[in-house]
Design a protein around this ligand. Structure first.
Ligand code: RUB
Length: 324
């Protein structure tokens, strides 16, 4: 049996058992389910692989992709134990982002296909509302710096452009997987002027910028009040503060994170220096590759949500309410 669950003969068996989870899923506590086999569902392995490999990325896209998958899965298997396991496996593929977790909590209360459809619809309309609210912050002629690839940050920029504002974007490449290149290509395809820069050039370009717009994987009050986003976001936040440029964080209210523990996903070292590591020249060198970081809310000018543009104090109140 291979680690990914496919046997030599190609028959797919996903086993969840009491065994110690292997990194990077050490945090996952799987209840001692006797021995559950999800036979004949290579589709689940494929879906998880798409998410883990970052082909499907960004908190919201991970959630909508997983919900679409779960819709078909639950139609075939119902909302019993198989659903619970599939939901957990999907959730743990990228554990830092909270949207999918929040959606699954909602689905568990109703356990109907209608609940999944309603969430997908809700996420669609939240994107429209966020775009409308966020674009109000972007003036004509603005140069906007962004980091990584955030669907919600991009929808505000695209909306401003559609409204006729001549905005331009500076996109950081976002090492090691270069999701910023995806951002740049997407904007260029719409003819929105975009410049791709290295992550280390953020300080160099900040004086040219009118504001910074980034997305969020989670907004939380523990271990400190702030938002979680791709590593490197802190550099933009600190540079923006230093140069007195506003930092707008775009995130819908499904990103409010009530989970006790903040789990920062640490990805394989090979993503960072693949060639060097393979060459054997790096003996004795430890490489670490955390994917996200918590940025304190005191560096945020405004949070853009589907309910409106709110101050960090307003967001703190909203988080407090969400906790009840
Ligand atoms: C993506 C990332 C995005 C947030 C928000 O990281 O940090 O800014 O997930 O995205 P990765 P969205 O590429 O590692 O998933 O606005 O699309 O929810």
């Amino acid at each position: 049996m291979r680690k990914d669950g496919a046997s030599k003969r190609g028959r797919h068996v996903l086993r969840i058992r009491k065994a110690r989870p292997t990194p990077p899923f050490r945090h996952v506590r799987i209840k001692p389910v006797k021995r559950l086999k999800l036979k004949d569902d290579p589709a689940l392995t494929r879906a998880v692989e798409q998410i883990k490999s970052v082909k499907v990325q960004g908190a919201k896209q991970i959630a909508t992709y997983s919900l679409r998958f779960l819709r078909g899965f639950c139609k075939r298997n119902g909302f019993g134990l198989k659903f619970e396991v599939a939901a957990k496996v999907l959730e743990d593929a990228r554990p830092t982002a909270v949207v999918l977790h929040n959606c699954i909590e909602i689905i568990k209360k109703k356990r109907t296909l209608g609940a999944i459809d309603a969430l997908l619809k809700r996420m669609d309309s939240m994107t429209d509302d966020i775009a409308r609210n966020g674009s109000r912050l972007l003036g004509d002629g603005y140069t906007i710096m962004t980091h990584c690839h955030s669907g919600e940050a991009l929808c505000t920029i695209k909306r401003a452009w559609k409204e006729g504002k001549r905005v331009a974007v500076i996109a950081t490449e976002t090492e090691p997987l270069e999701q910023g290149v995806r951002t740049a290509k997407e904007l260029a395809a719409l003819k929105i002027p975009v410049t791709l820069i290295t992550d280390s050039a953020v300080g160099f370009f900040m004086p040219e910028v009118d504001c910074v717009v980034v997305g969020a994987d989670a907004i939380r009050s523990e271990p400190g009040f702030g938002f979680v986003n791709k590593t490197g976001t802190m550099n933009l936040a600190l540079e923006a503060r230093e140069r007195r440029k506003p930092l707008y964080v775009v995130g819908d209210t499904l990103k409010l994170d009530r989970r006790k523990k903040l789990y920062i996903e640490e990805r394989p070292a090979a993503e960072v220096y693949r060639k060097l590591l393979n060459s054997g020249e790096m003996k004795g060198v430890k490489v670490r590759n955390p994917a996200f970081e918590l940025v304190p809310a005191k560096l945020v000018t405004k949070f853009v949500t589907e309910r409106g543009v709110i101050s960090p104090a307003g967001m703190k109140r909203l988080l407090g309410k969400a906790r009840k």
